[in-house]
Ligand binder design. Sequence first.
Ligand code: GUN
Length: 298
Amino acid sequence: MVATIINGDEIAKTIRKEIKVEVDMLKAKGIDPGLVVIIVGEDPASQVYVRKKGEACNEMGICSETAMLPASTTEEELLELVDKYNKDPKFDGVLVQVPLPKHISEERVLLRIDPSKDVDGFHPMNVGKMLVGADCYLPCTPHGCQELLMRSGNDPAGKHVVVLGRSNIVGKPVACMLIQKAKGADATVTVCHSRTKNIAEITRQADILIAAIGQPKFVKADMVKDGVVVIDVGVNRIADATKKSGTRLVGDVDFDEVSKKAKAITPVPGGVGPMTITMLMKNTVQAAKVHHGLVEKC
Ligand code: GUN
């Protein structure tokens, strides 16, 4: 079997058109959705993500600001800045890029974001709402994975989804979303992690495999069954002497091998990546609607 490529760029483009229509509608009512992205330190990958978030805002007509703080910023200074943006009506979304420098508690910072402005869906209040299946801001990467499945005709309902990884950003929330009794979910989910025994035995049972462990090309052809649907969340930079930069991006899945067995697979780049930022734009528009009383509180 030769896999269908699930084209994240194309699917994201379609959703961005839908979002743009909503932004234009809000603007016609005098509502200007706004997002502030706070980044602390010089992590190059984070800087790329933050730049892309700003570019996506521009493309959608969403007002955006980026607060770039030095790595030496104290936790108290960061908390004060979060407070300032929480109060500023110009911004519907307040996002703090993670990871943060080690001397800052991610937990305390995320807890400080106004839950109604938590467009990342990282605040424990939104995480809790997601767990019980209430309306909330869904975390962007897991939501992007779900949209990729649905819009490529791979509804997870009744399927065995195996998630590789248990991070707070992807593994845990995507598993939680897909077990809900809801459209785009209703799956049977197994979560594997660094202490799981016989991982390949479990991954071979997957109808849908979601890989989010940050290990370049970890998933090999002998770890999947024929006809599996693969969502590769990994973004790993590896050495490649044939490239001008000397490096290239690969996922957590060995694409060349696994795509020969899979029914469908996301590439890296061009799979999950563009979806994450698109879902962030969607949450920001939702937050603007919440703040202007157009929808029930999220
Ligand atoms: N770091 C990696 N992914 C994300 C994300 O979706 N949001 C934030 N705030 N930080 C991240």
